[in-house]
Design a binder for this molecule. Sequence first.
Ligand SMILES: CC(C)=CCC/C(C)=C/CC/C(C)=C/COP(=O)(O)O
Length: 291
Amino acid sequence: MPSPRRNAEGRPLAACAPSSSGSPAHGGGGGGRFEFQSLLSSRAPGADPTCARLRASESPVHRRGSFPLAGAGSSPALPPPLPEEDRMDLNPSFLGIALRSLLAIDLWLSKKLGVCAGESSSWGSVRPLMKLLEISGHGIPWLLGTLYCLSRSDSCAGREVLMNLLFSLLLDLLLVALIKGLVRRRRPAHNQMDMFFTLSVDKYSFPSGHATRAALVSRFILNHLVLAIPLRVLVVLWAFILGLSRVMLGRHNVTDVAFGFFLGYMQYSIVDYCWLSPHNAPVLFVLWNQQ
Ligand SMILES: CC(C)=CCC/C(C)=C/CC/C(C)=C/COP(=O)(O)O
């Protein structure tokens, strides 16, 4: 006898749940993915409390007079209670519903905004410009640029700021790689994996490394460079457009970028708190000065 279909948590799906595995709507599939599939399974009629009530009332065991009788002339026997895990499925928590709704909106909006995901997309002609923007937020140019400026800097204050920028960029790479490896959310199905120089964890999309870098670097620049107002506005605009371009290119969902901005912003607070100076990290500065 075929075993019943189960949802992402391994709980049995009701018979009226639509079959959803392997559909392109689920982003190409992948082990443990928490996307439309779990959304459908929890909203499937079998998991919906209203539907469950309806089905229960249609069920032969619930029909008046059709219960198996406990004994001749006695009252009808009660149906056996549902197993614990089924009861949990029939009563999804408010948080669960809110998260699943957010996820559905996220996937829908990200697909709608992915207008440069391919050359044939509606804004396909802007794709080269978006890819240029992608390079402006890539880790390699930022790391190499900071190292180059450090090697050319002849003031103590300049070296201190650059040393901290280098520390920020490395911390960012580490944290993003760690979270991507833990969360393992696949990139959107409409993404073309044609990015310049990626690490193995970059097959995952949560959070967006470009968004974390954009928020971190722009906050760093605004706090440590004396810039005229128009240039400050330009820095903020760059960060915002870079984040938006990740979704337009189809690289990310909106929540990857939103969380990336949040993480980058918080990373700057960490850097600011642990600010490296010749007083608290003399070895670093002495070593660099000997270069
Ligand atoms: C020192 C070291 C390990 C440098 C690696 C720099 C590097 C390859 C960074 C990857 C940058 C990248 C492609 C991030 C992915 O950004 P998303 O916005 O697509 O998450």
